[in-house]
Design a protein around this ligand. Structure first.
Ligand code: ADP
Length: 426
């Protein structure tokens, strides 16, 4: 089928988050890991390309997203969405702004919006300031993120150094006045030369208004939630025709592995919850990995009954992360953990694991790359923005869920496995 909406996400869990929300509409959503080498085939109405470019040098991130745009255009997409984290994770150099700007140039778009709000997950924007739950972004646990510590909560200030054209705000008071008022404000800003508009949103109703006002923009940017209403809007007006719905759950052996490389506050709580259930767990330490390699972890894994769903985790408190980073450097500490968890994923697959629960955006990128996963069919959500996906690795059908650091409830790991069993029974 011809693609209507083409999405590009800056990390793998961000892509599954977006794909899961878009799939709520019943429209078929296909997720590709990286820009496919082949020309588009077996395409869905909504195609999501997952990149791993959040922390990449700007030139590389721009080149990769432009290649993704080209592939999506070949697939027939007419509207595009640039998806980044709902906590606006980026460095002072980018990549959110530079990528948006490059995509705008390629699409001939004069203006785009930035709306990382995700009210269901506690991310809201008011007067251009991003909140995580009750806390401003820069006071939230995001201030301690291993790769993109966020030390300012104001999205205009964060975006301005990343782009060349003016940045503006469409505030909540405008959004609350409805679709026509927001459209008029965007037009007014466009006439004043404002190319990059931060749009406030504190509730799902705001996102519905924003999506309705911006549905004809060639390019929208934001978190997943502002894209979620789009398919239903297009189904309602006939831009999109209802296609086959519901992803078929394959027959899977019970072998399971849980891999956590996220150090986000919610993942820390989820790991603690899973340990508290008496599940078999193994802690990976970057300093020990650097000194001795991942053999100990692999030996431990080999001795486990995969039906018990063992957990391997590098998840640690900020002090412990900082200690490892001081010794190894942030990039090396991250890389070494990602490599170890990727090796564990391959070993688990060979040992019979067919169900994979992965926590962490970068971690998910490393694991899916290691499992050579290229395309996933997006299934039912476990938590807002975290769907079960179905794919193949080394000729085996597998189920995999890729959880962004702060997503999911405290019992996410156990809950995810229960939901998969429920899906199989239906
Ligand atoms: P999130 O989704 O929470 O941002 P990510 O996987 O994207 O999680 O990022 C976490 C990064 O921190 C990864 O690069 C991971 O390898 C690294 N990391 C994990 N555990 C540790 C640790 N104990 N010390 C240092 N870095 C770590």
């Amino acid at each position: 089928m011809t693609t209507l909406l083409g999405c590009i996400a800056d990390d793998f869990t961000g892509a599954t988050d977006l794909a899961g929300l878009l799939a709520r509409s019943g429209v078929r959503v296909s997720l590709r890991m990286g820009v496919p080498d082949e020309a588009p085939s077996n395409t869905a109405a909504v195609e999501v390309i997952a990149l791993k470019c959040r922390g990449a040098p700007v030139a590389q991130a721009v080149a990769e997203t432009r290649a993704a745009l080209k592939w999506l255009q070949t697939a027939g997409a007419q509207r595009f969405f640039w998806k980044y984290c709902s906590t606006f994770d980026s460095t002072a150099e980018g990549n959110i702004g530079p990528v948006a700007q490059a995509l705008m140039t390629d699409l001939g778009a004069e203006q785009t919006i930035y709306c990382p709000a995700f009210p269901e997950n506690g991310r809201s924007i008011f007067m251009g300031n991003l909140f995580v739950g009750c806390q401003p972004l820069a006071e939230s646990p995001m201030k301690d993120h291993p790769l993109t510590p966020m030390r300012d909560s104001n999205l205009m200030r964060l975006l301005e150094p990343q782009v060349t054209r003016p940045v503006g705000l469409a505030d909540r008071l405008t959004v609350a006045r409805g679709v026509a008022a927001l459209k008029a404000e965007l037009d007014r800003l466009a006439a004043a030369g404002v190319a990059h508009v931060i749009v406030d949103a504190v509730a799902d109703e705001d996102l519905n208004i924003i999506a309705a006002a911006c549905r004809d923009m060639p390019l929208m940017t934001g978190g997943s939630a502002v894209a979620a209403p789009l398919p239903a809007l297009w189904l309602a007006d006939g831009t999109l025709s209802a296609s086959e719905t519901g992803t078929v759950v394959p027959d899977l052996a019970p072998g399971t592995v849980v891999l956590a490389g996220s150090c986000s506050a919610m993942t820390r709580a989820q790991v603690a919850d899973y340990i508290g259930r008496g599940k078999p767990t193994f802690r990976l330490d970057p300093l020990e990995l650097e000194a001795k390699g991942s053999l100990e972890a692999l030996d431990w894994l080999a001795s486990q009954d995969l039906a018990e769903a063992p957990l391997l985790y590098a998840t640690a408190e900020p002090e412990s992360v900082r200690a490892a980073q001081d010794k190894l450097g942030a990039a090396r500490a991250g890389e070494i953990v990602e490599q170890a968890l990727a090796a564990c994923a391959i070993a688990a697959l060979h040992a019979g694991a067919r169900r994979f629960v992965v926590a962490g955006g970068e971690t998910s990128g490393a694991v899916t790359q290691a499992l050579a996963i290229k395309q996933l069919d997006v299934g039912a959500e476990i938590a807002p923005g975290v769907p079960w996906c179905f794919s193949s690795s080394a000729g085996q059908r597998i189920a995999i869920t890729l959880k962004s650091g702060n997503f999911g409830a405290i019992d996410f790991f156990a809950g995810a496995l229960k939901i998969l069993t429920g899906l199989e029974a239906t």
